[in-house]
Design a protein. Structure first.
Length: 252
């Protein structure tokens, strides 16, 4: 079976997700103890899609994360580098436009989208800072970025238990439910290697975004970051040009 390493070679990552595509959604539900659905709902609320907006959902996998935006009346493009994921997505959700989209070299013109969102995918990009700059490029001025990613628990004792689950229990459970359990060893390693909430917020600022804030979910296991591309916006108080990074809401 294929698995990526922490250098996150794009081809290795794509092959790894090809292997898990058919059971991807159900495996995630099992491994997260059912938390993925709640996290997805909060991301959808953070995106706050409006009818007629154009949304780019990156690392969209099978398109499960894209469906709420379509239902809200948006024009949705679901992008991923895994042809296996894209194939399953096109079969399950034919009403969504699925495209091959490398986050480091997005196949879209400047200022195309009202919203770019990526859930549990930025961590898998070889150069996430380049990926963030590409997301900024394809957003319209005043457009919104929403990043949902695994993060660092805010309570130390909980963090210790969580790391034990990641490195020991998660691969064991994956062997029972996944078509490629080695991929979930990579998942555990990549989560431990990923920067915490504040560090990611500053990287989003460094990429050129404004009004960067984040919300912790499930004690900081996951964090949802929200940012705005500087420029004119359709909502009050959108882009101010301050470039400030701050924590927003209280943990959920």
């Amino acid at each position: 079976m294929n698995r990526a390493q922490l250098d996150k070679n794009k081809d290795d990552v794509a092959r790894m997700f090809d292997d898990v595509a058919k059971k991807y959604d159900i495996t995630n539900d099992v491994l997260s103890l059912g938390q993925t659905r709640g996290w997805r709902k909060i991301v959808t609320e953070a995106v706050n899609t409006r009818p007629g907006e154009k949304v780019l959902d990156l690392a969209a996998g099978t398109g499960t994360s894209s469906m709420p935006y379509l239902r809200a009346g948006a024009e949705v493009v679901a992008g991923d580098i895994s042809e296996g994921m894209l194939a399953v997505g096109r079969e399950q959700h034919p009403q969504i436009e699925f495209v091959y989209a490398d986050a480091m070299d997005l196949p879209f013109e400047d200022d195309t989208f009202d919203v770019v969102t990526i859930s549990f995918g930025l961590r898998n990009v070889t150069d996430p800072d380049l990926g963030l700059r590409e997301m900024l490029r394809v957003l319209k001025p005043g457009g919104r970025l929403v990043v949902c990613e695994f993060s660092t628990p805010t309570w130390v004792p909980f963090g210790i238990v969580y790391k034990e689950y990641l490195m020991k229990a998660l691969p064991t459970v994956a062997r029972a439910v996944s078509s490629n359990p080695d991929a979930y060893v990579y998942l555990a390693e990549s989560i431990r290697d990923w920067p915490n909430q504040t560090a990611l917020a500053h990287r989003i600022v460094d990429a050129g975004f404004d009004q960067v804030k984040f919300r912790n979910l499930t004690g900081g296991i996951v964090a949802v970051h929200h940012a705005v591309k500087p420029g004119s916006a359709s909502e009050p108080g959108a882009a101010t040009g301050t470039g400030a990074a701050a924590q927003g809401e209280q943990p959920a």
